[in-house]
Design a protein around this ligand. Structure first.
Ligand code: NAD
Length: 319
């Protein structure tokens, strides 16, 4: 079994790699060659969440899981609040193949899914990127989005405004002007990424203009919500996986309220694979409900393993 510590990941998997891996993984899901298993996610108290995301990609020869969770007190310990580890197994024999540090991989694969949705669904002439949220993931989201459109400006809102200067610094590093705004100014954005751990909607339908693409990335558990459910009723809704979208994603609220039906939600992989159309007009609102699937984790971890083997990196142990 190959062990790839967290510290090696940055040198093995880039933003570009993650975008390609997630795109291939979504297409594989659409073609029926890969499937996710039901998510296990449990509350441990004091805001801690722990769970497993797993799946099999027959075409990619991958079986495995990501064990991970959210530990809000970690900031005070100098640790990342998301703690993840990916385990890969041989799909034929079940023999463990690799254990891979999953913290950076989670941020990269989540940002890649969001950027893929922007690439496929935002208007070609999109110029202003809005970001709702300024925590750990937001920086990765901004950097990945910058790879798929030539933004002219970034506008950001966060419930805790003291966190915004860090996001502004990321924008500056990309050569993009950044403006901290009120939520009502999100009407200026051509694409909006939401990446908060909010339990109730912040972004309302009135804050979003016609023709906007939204990548809603923060809601990955029952009870979280970033955008008004009415916004999903106004939008064409896409997701990584419909079952997760309805169960733990942003769509959980709109479906429960009877505003949309699960059957109306399109897997993004269908668009990648050319089985469904993406944006159909300049005026429509498109919304990607990115819940984060296990196969995304396996895809980027598999890439880390391939690169580590090529370069003789990591540690091999007998299990
Ligand atoms: P973080 O703790 O670093 O940041 C949390 C963010 O949420 C901050 O911007 C904070 O100001 C904001 N926030 C907190 N409470 C809020 C409230 N009541 N209303 C509005 N905003 C509020 O977290 P992070 O690592 O940046 O993760 C953000 C979210 O993304 C989490 O919910 C996490 O579970 C989720 N996530 C999703 C995926 C996926 O695949 N979809 C992957 C990783 C993380």
């Amino acid at each position: 079994m190959l062990i790839i510590p967290e510290a090696l990941i940055a040198g093995l998997v880039s933003e570009v790699d993650a975008l390609a891996a997630v795109s291939d993984c979504f297409a594989s899901m659409a073609r029926g060659g890969a499937r996710n298993f039901p998510v296990v996610r449990e509350a441990l108290g004091q805001g801690r969440q722990y769970g497993f995301k797993s799946g099999i990609d027959v075409s990619g020869g991958m079986l495995g899981l990501k064990s991970g969770g959210y530990f809000p007190a970690n900031m005070e310990r100098g640790l990342t609040n998301h703690q993840s580890t990916v385990f890969l197994f041989d799909p034929d024999s079940g023999v463990p193949v690799a254990m891979v540090g999953g913290n950076l991989l989670t941020a990269l694969r989540t940002a890649a899914a969001s950027a893929l949705s922007i690439d496929l669904l935002a208007r070609r002439d999109a110029k202003v990127l809005g970001i709702v949220g300024a925590g750990h993931q937001a920086a990765f989201q901004l950097r990945a989005a910058a790879r798929v459109r030539p933004w002219e400006k970034v506008i950001g809102w966060n419930l805790h405004p003291e966190m915004l200067p860090k996001l502004a610094a990321v924008a500056a590093g990309l050569g993009l002007p950044f403006e901290a705004v009120g939520l009502e100014r999100m009407v200026d954005a051509d694409a909006i990424i939401t990446i908060t751990s909010s339990p109730a909607a912040s972004l309302m339908a009135a804050h979003v203009s016609a023709g906007t693409h939204l990548a809603c990335m923060g809601t990955d558990t029952k009870g979280k919500q970033e955008v008004e459910a009415a916004l999903l009723a106004k939008a064409r809704v896409f997701t990584d996986e419909v079952a997760q979208s309805v169960m733990i994603g942003e769509a959980q609220h709109a479906v429960a309220a009877g505003l949309i039906e699960a059957g109306a939600i399109t897997p993004l992989g269908d668009v990648v694979a050319g089985m469904q159309s993406g944006r159909q007009s300049d005026g429509e609102i498109t919304l990607f409900d990115g819940t984060g699937v296990g196969l995304q984790d396996l895809a980027v971890a598999g890439m880390a393993v391939k690169r580590a083997r090529e370069r003789g990196l990591g540690f091999t142990v007998e299990v």
